[in-house]
Design a protein around this ligand. Structure first.
Ligand code: AMP
Length: 402
């Protein structure tokens, strides 16, 4: 049995081929810069020589088809035929209230994914394109949707309701949905395994800090609250997204500064966050830290705002859960930036949270503990394995053991 995982984004498509278990990765491939100059295809089967080749690929459908062809090339393919693929799992960002668990994708499910285009305009359209491309490339396979919102479907009403007129929830379904659920779910499971604890008895705060950032309170293995909301704009400071702000700022920008709706949307999504705070120059945390070290004051402030926002949420989620067993850092920044981890949690000893400086600095790609050995609250770095999580959930839908 073989399972393919497809992660189709706005300018890249990633594909992973699994054998019978989540540990048997047979091939990985990616097309990046789709629709831009310098489109590249990466592919590697097993531990054979990786391929990296310039390609002329204009859209998601062509990218999925090209990656599928690589799976069956005599050299360096990993399958004899695409008919050996039993299922294709797709990461879908917004599943709303209706698509709240992994499910086989049929015409009705595709229609609902389309309904959420306006709430996730950068994500759901390429996700659906990826599904339709995989239906064409793997006609014998079952297509399965794994939704980034689904893990958060356990959030109770008092945490998912906005204090707006009730009909805006009843009729328009305006509420907190939360995102990055596949990652939060994956790292919470890994953290429980690492701590040798049953997830049912564990309270975690999981910090997914990448280009997009979100933080989740995970109580007994279920999401209790999360920082992203109706869309992936709310919550933490991100690379180019603002996160939390006073909603009156939007009105002010439109009324007093005369900005149009597309201009405001562009500011909040593409010109804010680390990029905005650093004066429109830098959205990548590594660049922010380099600039700060060279004395750039705005970059230094950007880092302070970024870490302070995370710290506030850690406090809020400790109060929401009453007890926290571990704080987990993941994704590009969470896994790699000792400085962000240190700044975020510095001085929280009274709350039982501490970081061991040497453990924090040690570089490793494995799950690791960075708190002192006797710390009441563990602080962990857990690499996120979203593809593996999707493959495992697909296997569960098919009734096989991941
Ligand atoms: P992701 O979206 O998970 O790929 O994460 C991207 C973010 O991770 C960017 O802001 C990068 O600057 C940041 N990042 C990746 N590697 C490092 C590193 N070694 N130190 C600090 N930040 C890093």
């Amino acid at each position: 049995m073989n399972i393919i995982v497809v992660n189709a984004g706005s300018s890249s498509v990633k594909l992973t081929c699994y054998g019978p278990t989540v540990d048997s990765v047979m091939a990985t491939g990616m097309v990046e810069r789709i629709g831009l100059s310098g489109t590249l295809l990466h592919y590697q089967a097993g531990n054979r020589e990786p391929i990296k080749t310039p390609v002329s690929i204009r859209n998601t459908a062509e990218a999925v088809a090209a990656l599928a062809r690589h799976l069956v090339y005599p050299q360096p393919g990993c399958l004899n035929s695409l008919e050996e693929v039993q299922a294709v799992g797709h990461r879908v960002v917004h599943g709303g209230e209706k698509l709240n668990q992994p499910m086989v994708i049929d015409a009705g499910v595709k229609e609902i994914i389309r309904e959420y285009f306006d709430l996730a305009p950068l994500h759901n359209p390429p996700n659906l394109e990826g599904i339709e491309a995989a239906e064409a490339a793997f006609p014998e396979a079952v297509q399965v949707g794994i939704f980034d919102t689904a893990f958060h479907s356990t959030i109770p009403a008092h945490a998912f309701m906005y204090a707006l007129p009730l009909e805006l929830y009843g009729e328009d379904k305006i509420r907190r949905y939360g995102f990055h659920g596949i990652s939060h779910q994956n790292v919470s499971r890994t953290a429980a395994e690492f701590l040798n604890r049953s997830p049912e008895n564990l309270n975690l705060i999981t910090c997914h800090l990448g280009n997009g950032c979100s933080i989740t309170a995970v109580k007994g293995g279920r999401s209790l609250d999360t920082s992203m909301g109706l869309t992936p704009l709310e919550g933490l400071v991100m690379g180019t997204r603002c996160g939390d702000l006073d909603p009156a700022i939007v009105l002010h920008l439109m009324e007093q500064k005369g900005l149009t709706l597309p201009q405001v949307r562009n500011i909040l999504n593409k010109k804010s966050g680390l990029l905005g705070l650093s004066g429109g120059k830098l959205s990548d945390l590594r660049d922010i830290i380099d600039a700060m070290e060279q004395g750039d004051e705005a970059a230094g402030n950007a880092l302070e705002v970024f870490c302070y926002r995370i710290r506030k949420y850690v406090g809020a989620y400790m109060a929401a859960m009453g007890r926290v067993d571990a704080v987990v850092f993941t994704a590009g920044i969470g896994e790699n930036s000792a400085l962000v981890r240190e700044k975020t949690l510095a001085g929280l000893g009274q709350l039982g949270i501490a970081i061991d400086p040497d453990r924090n600095q040690a570089r490793s790609s494995d799950t690791r503990e960075i708190s002192p050995p006797d710390s009441p609250v563990k602080v962990l770095v857990v690499p996120t394995r979203e593809e593996r999580e999707i493959a495992g959930q697909v296997m569960a839908v098919l009734g096989t053991t991941p």
